[in-house]
Design a binder for this molecule. Structure first.
Ligand SMILES: Cc1cc2nc3c(=O)[nH]c(=O)nc-3n(C[C@H](O)[C@H](O)[C@H](O)COP(=O)(O)OP(=O)(O)OC[C@H]3O[C@@H](n4cnc5c(N)ncnc54)[C@H](O)[C@@H]3O)c2cc1C
Ligand code: FES
Length: 264
């Protein structure tokens, strides 16, 4: 659903940097106006350089909000993320946000939330976990990776892990882990799934949640330019509940969509 909110572009100071694993860092930004209105699932678009390399901003989920501070979890995969990951404390950066819609955590029909994430898809799960817990919802985190070195359970409670190679936790995908745990989890009452990760994982989960009639929010990834609905760089086809398909801009009507809407 499209959500209206005030989007601002602010110069934020880096107050802390922390290395989690070799290519993943947490950057803490003093960003009171964004912290005040951010919701779990929102993202920010950051100008990582004052030069034109890279020219476009880069989108990052809001990993955590703590008072005036927001945390960003950054995985270095290319030019922009490598520059941002190397920011020093005291430096400043332009941050546009909060952007996009948010996870729907107000649905009264679930008592347990199962959060599935893979790779850097774990980034939005801390903010989401804390918001769910504050609403009295039990949270279970299922976290997947190819090997134990890819797992990002940083600061999350009640985590169960899956690795493709069995080097840590359950051997298999995070979806296999869900399938294994579901009978026990469902004994505790109605559940809702929330997921963020690589698109193939989300497609598989969308098919699974539909077959099991489970309500599921997915946070999708796409390449983004402006982050505010101008460049059309993030257009994605979704199922139209009224029939056929329609195109949405993920930066405005996403990144979170109901799993029923994902074209698989
Ligand atoms: C809504 C949203 C939230 C995100 N949240 C986070 C986050 O919290 N932490 C984080 O580290 N990253 C996050 N990302 C991904 C991050 O924006 C990209 O990794 C980043 O833009 C890559 O920039 P780069 O200059 O380092 O890489 P580039 O040099 O631009 O690209 C390097 C390689 O990565 C590929 N690539 C670039 N962007 C993406 C993408 N979005 N998805 C898949 N492949 C891509 C390129 O095709 C290329 O092969 C998010 C993306 C979106 C859309
Ligand atoms: S990123 Fe420009 S329209 Fe979505």
């Amino acid at each position: 659903m499209l959500q209206t909110k005030t989007i601002i572009d602010v110069r934020a100071t880096v107050v802390r940097t922390q290395s989690i694993i070799s290519d993943v860092n947490i950057i803490t930004l003093n960003c009171p106006s964004i912290a005040a209105t951010a919701k779990p699932g929102n993202f920010v678009n950051i100008k990582v350089n004052t030069s034109t390399q890279p020219l476009l901003r880069r989108p990052f989920s809001i990993h955590n909000v703590n008072g005036n501070l927001i945390d960003i979890m950054v995985k270095s995969i290319g030019c922009g993320t490598a520059i941002f990951a190397n920011y020093d404390e005291g430096s400043t950066v332009m941050v546009l946000g909060p952007l996009g819609n948010s996870f729907n955590i107000t649905d009264p029909h679930f008592k347990t939330a199962v959060l599935l994430s893979g790779g850097i898809g774990t980034a939005p799960m801390l903010f989401l976990s804390k918001s769910l817990a504050a609403n009295g919802i039990k949270v279970i985190n299922l976290i997947g990776g190819r090997t134990k070195d890819d797992l990002l359970g940083y600061n999350l409670d009640n985590c169960r892990f899956a690795t493709d190679d069995g080097s840590f936790g359950f051997r298999g995908t995070v979806l296999d882990l869900l399938n294994n745990e579901l009978p026990d989890i469902e004994q505790e009452g109605p559940i809702k799934l929330f997921a963020c990760g690589p698109n193939p994982m989300l497609k598989a989960l969308a098919g699974y949640s539909r077959s099991k009639k489970l309500v599921c929010d997915l946070s999708l990834e796409s390449v983004m330019g402006c982050g505010i609905g101008i460049c059309y760089g993030c257009s994605v086809e979704i199922n139209d509940p009224d029939g056929g398909n329609r195109t949405i801009l993920l930066c405005k009507e996403g990144p979170v969509i109901d799993a029923q809407l994902l074209v698989i």
